[in-house]
Design a protein around this ligand. Sequence first.
Ligand SMILES: C[S@@+](CC[C@H](N)C(=O)[O-])C[C@H]1O[C@@H](n2cnc3c(N)ncnc32)[C@H](O)[C@@H]1O
Length: 227
Amino acid sequence: MGLVAPAARGLRGCARKDSKVAGRSKQSKRWLREHSTDAHVREARALGYRSRAVFKLRELDERYHLFNRGMQVLDLGAAPGGWSQYAAERVLPGGRVIACDLLDIAPLEGVHTVIADFTDAQAAERIELMFRPRGADLVMSDMAPNMSGQRAVDQPRALYLAELALASANSLLNESGCFVTKLFQGAGSDEFVRCLKGRFERVVVRKPAASRPRSREVYALAWNPKL
Ligand SMILES: C[S@@+](CC[C@H](N)C(=O)[O-])C[C@H]1O[C@@H](n2cnc3c(N)ncnc32)[C@H](O)[C@@H]1O
C-alpha cells in the first residue's frame, strides 16, 4: 500500500498473542528492509511518483496499450496516487481520472478524488453518477484490504473488493472499455476469472515484474464487455 509499512493490528485469541505479534513485527521489519532497498521504490521517488505500484500499471500499459488521450478512467484504491498520476499523464488533455480511496489523496492535476469506502453502496453510486452519460473507458482497481496475515480472512475480503470493482465496470464501461483489477490467487480467484471470461470478449491474467514474487497478487485484464 504505497510507501506505508503494514502495521501489526489488534489480535483475538490470547493464547497465541505473543507469537502472532512477534510474527507480524518480523513481517513489518522485513517489509521495511525490502522497501528501503527496493529499486522500484527508488525509481518512483526519482521520477516523482507516489508509489512503486505505478510500475505495475506502466508495465501492463506498455504491453496492452491501456490508455489513450481523452479517456475517462475510474481508479479504485488509488491512494497514495501512483496509478492516478500515471493515468492522468496518459489521458490528459481531454481525459479525466476519478480516484477513490478510503485514505486521503493529495491533489493531482487532472484527477478528481473521492475519499470514500467503496464497499458503501451509496459511495459507489455517487461515483458511478460522475461518469454519466458518457460512461468509462477504463475501470481499474488496485484495492487491497488491510491484511491480517490470515489467508482465510484476507482472501475473501480481497475477492469482495474485486467483485465490487467488477460490478462498477459492468455498469460503467462502454463497449470497447477495459477492466483491470488486482486479484490474489487463492480460494475463489479462478471462479472470478471464469466469471470475467463469461462477461468480456478477452481476458488475461498477468503478474507484472514489479509485483513482489512472494505476493499472491496478480492482475486480471478484461476488454470489451459482452452485451
Ligand atoms: C495497493 S494500495 C493502492 C496503491 C495505488 N494504486 C497507487 O498506485 O498508489 C491499495 C489501496 O486500496 C485501498 N482500499 C482498500 N479497501 C478500500 C475500500 N473499501 N474503498 C476504497 N479504497 C480501499 C487502500 O486504502 C489502499 O490505499
